[in-house]
Design a protein around this ligand. Structure first.
Ligand code: CTP
Ligand code: MG
Length: 235
């Protein structure tokens, strides 16, 4: 069997900043749970061969069963950890024997994923081993020390905001994680940071993200999502 394109849906967070009774990925907005929006996009995308979902520890079997029923491309579940990189590591280990597969890690908290972005990541992975969706920075980004004194003002034209999906050859991601666990040097906030640090020889290609692909982080983002969904159903 050749290499496959596997979507990895990251849904094991606590959603602290969004508040609410349940973690944001399980909140029902516009008639479905937040995590189902991206699931739906991956399920329908013709180039995606399978989906792995990372869920919080102790997530009920009924939730898994319901997801399996609704999204038949789901081929695996993993149990997430306390930090995001623990959750992605749990998923990456599922593909230990599949070094040539492409893993597309995506935040369940980014419901408005465009199919085009998925295609672009997969397209880029034909020519390199790592690709990340990103949009050009719109604010000037300041670099500062603990004393809040600015140490650097990088030229805005060189700066991008990283989104997800972030796509990697599974073998590359395994190597980056193994190096990290052997000699931890940074606390990675996303997988592009992890790969860039531990496999610096690797080219990481930026593909265009979209403004709609924002991450639901605060309660105001839920309101923004509702407003986009309302607008879409009108046109
Ligand atoms: N995530 C995860 N495992 C973690 C932390 C985060 O799978 N230990 C996932 C979240 O479910 C989310 C995505 O990574 O889809 C982006 O993380 P973030 O927006 O920070 O979500 P939370 O960590 O859940 O939210 P908060 O930081 O406000 O608690
Ligand atoms: Mg978080």
């Amino acid at each position: 069997m050749g290499s496959r394109n596997i979507a990895v849906l990251m849904a094991a967070g606590k959603g602290t900043r969004a508040g609410g009774g349940v973690p944001k990925q399980f909140m029902v907005v516009g008639g479905r749970m937040l995590l189902e929006y991206a699931l739906h996009t991956f399920q329908r995308h013709p180039a995606i061969d399978g989906i792995a979902v990372v869920l919080p520890p102790g997530c009920q079997e009924a939730v898994r069963e319901r997801l399996r029923q609704g999204y038949p491309k789901i081929c695996a579940f993993a149990e997430g950890g306390d930090e995001r990189f623990r959750s992605s590591w749990a998923a990456v280990q599922l593909f230990a024997g599949r070094a040539a597969d492409n893993l597309l890690l995506h935040d369940a908290a980014r419901p408005l994923l465009a199919p085009r972005t998925v295609s672009d990541i997969i397209g880029a992975l034909r020519h390199c081993e790592a690709a990340v969706a990103a949009v050009p920075a719109t604010d000037t980004v300041l670099h500062a020390g603990n004393d809040s004194l600015v140490t650097e003002v990088p030229a805005r034209a060189t700066l991008w905001y990283a989104q997800t999906p972030q796509g990697f050859r599974a073998g590359l991601l395994q190597r980056a994680f193994e190096r990290h666990f052997r000699h931890p040097e940074i606390s990675p906030t996303d997988e592009s940071g992890l790969v860039h640090h531990y496999c610096p020889e690797t080219d990481i290609r930026i593909v265009p993200g979209t403004a709609d692909n924002f991450k639901v982080t605060y309660p105001a983002d839920i309101a923004r999502l509702r407003s986009v969904l309302r607008h879409e159903s009108r046109v």
